[in-house]
Structure formats: structure tokens, C-alpha cells
Design a protein around this ligand. Structure first.
Ligand code: SAH
Length: 227
């Protein structure tokens, strides 16, 4: 009851932004980003999260927590979407690959930050609904395809950044292959249902890579066998 009261039925874009700022501050020692870029915060304020959730969840859409979107999947917690967007350091016209479109919320946030986004979703009805929603909302630089994203999307590679929004038991090598030198892959790594660690893998010009662990997270699993 108390929790319900704290989340409140009257969360707004402003209360969501405040909650994100608080979480950023509290996790800053781990993430190295206690304060997110103004562009990231402004984008979180303006991308209409209610447009990405089912009818029955609209009243909760500005709450800083994941929500069900059907097919056993969720829309990610706004703070996590903001954090991953922040860590990608999106430059104008950056080409970003997203694995796990879901409802397309993270896709929209990256587009609003100026990126050209290629997004792959394994659940076909979700991919179709997200593509339609993003087009209707005017995110013209998002392209969604249905399929297994563990192989990336080689036709549009290399990417200035890759973001995986489902947890993998290990890092799919194809995704690292499709990174530009100097670019980063953000991916939650760990067993489904247990706590995973959000990892950032940076690829260097000499082909070497560096992995840093950002934060413990909890994502739905990246599906499709051995990973
Ligand atoms: N980015 C979303 C979060 C989606 S949840 C947001 O902004 O809220 C993770 C999504 O990854 C789910 O929709 C799930 O179906 C999808 N997924 C799981 N395994 C996948 C795979 N192998 N390839 C592509 N998408 C996958």
C-alpha cells in the first residue's frame, strides 16, 4: 500500500525526471555518471512514455519502473533507459544498433537524441507494433525488423554504438564484430532471473577491447538457445 502510494497514480513527466535524477545520483559512484547530460534528461521528459504502454498501464506510464507490455515482455525502467542512453554518448547522426526493440521506447529515446537506429526484435508482433508506433509518432530514423538480434544486423554495420536490452549469458561475438573502432557495446550479462551486470565493451582501433562493469541490473532474457 505504502509503495503504491509512493509511486502514486499521479506520476508525471516531471516526477519521472526527478526520480531518474535521484537514481543517477545514488548510482553515480558505480556508473561514473551521477548527473546525466541535459540532452538525455530533456529527451526523457519529451518522449511520451504513455504512447509505448498498453491501455491498462497508461496511468502508470510516468512511474520510474518497468511495466508489462504483453508477450511476457516489459518496457524498461526509465532510469535504465536514460542510463544506457547516457553511456552511449550519442553524437548527431550516430548509427546505433538496438537488440530487443520491445515496445520501441528506448528506440524512440535514441532517435530523439539524434541517432539513426536499427532495432531487432525477436517477437514478431512486438516488432510490427513497435515499427508502426514509431512511424506514427514521427520517429522516422528508426528501422525495426523481426528476428534474432544475437547476430546483429550486418547490412547496416559498423555501428557507432550497440545496445542490448535483454540479458545474455555471454556476449554474442557478432555484436562486437559490428562495432566501429572507438565505439561501445552495452549489454546486461548474466543468468536470466538472477541479477545481471550491465557491461560496457569498448573496441579499440587496434582491435583490442576493454570490458567494464557498470551496474547490477535485471533484464528479461535474450532468447534463442545457447546465446
Ligand atoms: N528496449 C525495450 C526493452 C525491451 S525488453 C524498451 O525500451 O522498453 C527486451 C526485448 O528483447 C523483448 O521484447 C524481447 O522479446 C527481446 N528479445 C529477447 N531476445 C531477443 C533476441 N535474441 N533478439 C532480439 N530481441 C530479443
Amino acid at each position: 500500500m505504502m509503495l503504491r502510494h509512493l509511486f502514486g497514480a499521479n506520476a508525471t513527466a516531471e516526477t519521472m525526471i526527478d526520480a531518474i535524477a535521484r537514481d543517477a545520483q545514488e548510482t553515480g559512484a558505480l556508473t561514473g555518471r551521477p548527473v546525466f547530460a541535459e540532452a538525455v534528461m530533456e529527451t526523457m521528459r519529451t518522449v511520451p512514455r504513455p504512447a509505448f504502454v498498453p491501455e491498462g498501464e497508461k496511468a502508470s506510464a510516468w512511474e520510474n519502473r518497468p511495466l508489462p507490455i504483453g508477450h511476457g515482455q516489459t518496457i524498461s525502467q526509465p532510469y535504465i533507459v536514460a542510463l544506457m542512453s547516457e553511456l552511449l554518448d550519442v553524437e548527431p547522426d550516430a548509427r546505433i544498433l538496438e537488440v530487443g526493440t520491445g515496445c520501441g521506447y528506448q528506440t524512440a529515446v535514441l532517435c530523439a537524441l539524434g541517432a539513426v537506429v536499427y532495432s531487432v526484435e525477436v517477437v514478431e508482433p512486438l516488432a510490427m507494433a513497435a515499427a508502426l508506433r514509431l512511424a506514427e509518432l514521427g520517429y522516422a530514423r528508426a528501422t525495426v525488423r523481426a528476428g534474432d538480434g544475437r547476430g546483429g544486423w550486418p547490412e547496416h554495420a559498423p555501428y557507432d554504438g550497440i545496445i542490448v536490452t535483454a540479458a545474455a549469458p555471454s556476449v554474442p561475438p557478432a555484436l562486437v564484430d559490428q562495432l566501429k573502432p572507438g565505439a561501445s557495446l552495452l549489454i546486461p550479462v548474466g543468468r536470466a532471473a538472477a541479477t545481471q551486470s550491465l557491461q560496457r565493451i569498448r573496441k579499440y582501433h587496434d582491435g583490442s577491447r576493454e570490458t567494464t562493469t557498470v551496474l547490477p541490473v535485471a533484464f528479461v532474457p535474450l532468447t534463442g538457445g545457447r546465446g
